[in-house]
Design a protein around this ligand. Structure first.
Ligand code: CP3
Length: 379
């Protein structure tokens, strides 16, 4: 055989055998993934069992999380890779979950853009100097924002090693409209009325704002993939405050740009594209439109009927969700039945079981055990 042919053979062998899960930041090898049901479900491949994970699975319902939080401030945990990894690992020690999600918060982007974000007990996030008028956008510091988020990449890389390939690691970001909302309101809001007023009163500046956030998000997600994130979720949690028309105008174009630009950048750099989930809470009115944005997985809140959702998105999208977090407070028997019913409605193909929003702080630990077991036993 000629040298050329041998070289070609070697290249084909390498292409076939270097797996996605072994490519990380600086292309260092990671432990080989053992349970890839999450990624297979996202790609529409056959699974051994329906994968299940839970939004906010690392959180206050876990006593060990509460203990650690007594010692460390919320953002210190996010910023210290050892602590972020410890908290990310906590739910995996207790439950037979099929995914881990890196411990962080969507509000690390506003921080990296120069805003102060504090986490107040019993209140949630507080931004003491919010963006009030368009002039305030000048206070944002997009240059260098990505380097101020490098600790998230460090935590992801460390976590990939600590996981020893047990389950995939999900990275995440807030979506532009959701982040804009927090940055204008100065924290959470029942109505997002100040942020919605911006859309009406300052439409051009709103576009500037959303585009600035979109750019930061694409950089941030690319960094997470390079660091070792095996899947990504975009949280558009504040979609619930927008009408369908507003969501299509102020949410969708930026969500599309995130997906398109990320795929473009990764492809150009020959970095494997990872599956992406869009979770637009309260946007069940636009499932068809969501399914056309290029995301592999659409997350559903509990107001959406699984069968109707499947009809709207078609057969080539994976659905994720959508048990009401409140159902975690029911008797184990009732919870088991509801979970089984839900899994039967979604089916084993192209489905990732989850709640319809984050798990709440008073949830009994036993409910997580019941949920995970019921999902795995349902089909
Ligand atoms: O899912 C996970 O386990 C990963 C961790 C995670 C957190 N926040 C940790 C957290 C994720 C994915 C988030 C995303 C996030 N953060 C969203 C989108 C998801 C959603 O719930 O809609 C939003 C809107 C935020 C902003 C935020 N951070 C709020 C509104 C709050 C207060 C929530 C509350 O119930 O009080 C936080 C705080 C927060 N983020 C906590 C955790 C575990 C609890 C705070 C604490 O430990 O003191």
């Amino acid at each position: 055989m000629s040298v050329g042919l041998r070289l070609l053979g070697l290249c084909i062998f390498l292409l076939k055998n270097v797996k996605t899960d072994q490519i990380g930041f600086e292309f260092q090898p990671f432990p080989v993934l053992k349970n890839d049901n999450l990624l297979r479900a996202a790609r529409g491949e056959v699974v051994d069992r329906v994968p299940v994970w839970v939004m906010r699975q690392a959180g206050r319902y876990l006593p060990e999380f509460q203990e650690l939080r007594k010692l460390h401030d919320f953002f210190t945990v996010c910023r210290t890779p050892e602590l972020a990894c410890e908290v990310t690992m906590q739910p995996l020690r207790r439950f037979d979950l099929d995914a881990s999600i890196i411990f962080s918060d969507i509000l690390v982007i506003p921080q990296a853009l120069g805003l102060t974000v504090e986490m107040h007990a019993g209140v949630g996030p507080v931004l003491p100097q919010p963006i009030v008028v368009p002039e305030d956008l000048k206070r944002l510091t997009p240059d260098g924002a990505l380097s101020r988020l490098s600790y998230v990449g460090d935590a992801i890389t460390m976590m990939r090693h600590k996981l020893e390939g047990r389950v995939p690691l999900i990275g995440f970001t807030g979506a532009p409209w959701t982040l804009m909302g927090y940055m204008i309101e100065g924290g959470g809001s029942k109505t997002m009325s100040k942020a919605k007023a911006w859309l009406n009163e300052h439409p051009e500046d709103s576009k500037l704002f959303l585009n600035l956030l979109t750019d930061a998000i694409v950089d941030y997600l690319e960094m997470q993939v390079k660091a070792g994130a095996q899947m990504l979720q975009v949280f558009e949690s504040s979609a619930e405050h927008l009408s369908k028309e507003q969501f299509l105008e102020w949410g969708v174009p930026y969500l599309k740009r995130i997906r398109d630009e990320l795929v473009d950048r990764l492809t150009k750099k020959a970095i494997p594209v990872v599956p992406m989930t869009l979770f637009a809470k309260g946007a069940g009115h636009s499932l068809k439109e969501q399914s056309e944005l290029g995301y592999d997985v659409i997350g559903l809140d509990w107001t959406v009927d699984p069968l109707e959702a499947r009809n709207l998105v078609g057969p080539n999208i994976t659905l994720q969700g959508n048990l009401d977090p409140q159902d975690m407070y029911r008797d184990p028997e009732e919870l088991r039945n509801l979970t089984t019913e839900m899994v039967h409605k979604f089916g084993k193909s192209r489905y990732i079981a989850n709640l319809g929003h984050g798990i709440t702080p008073q949830t009994p630990i036993t409910s997580m055990e019941v949920l995970v077991e019921a999902v795995h036993k349902a089909l």
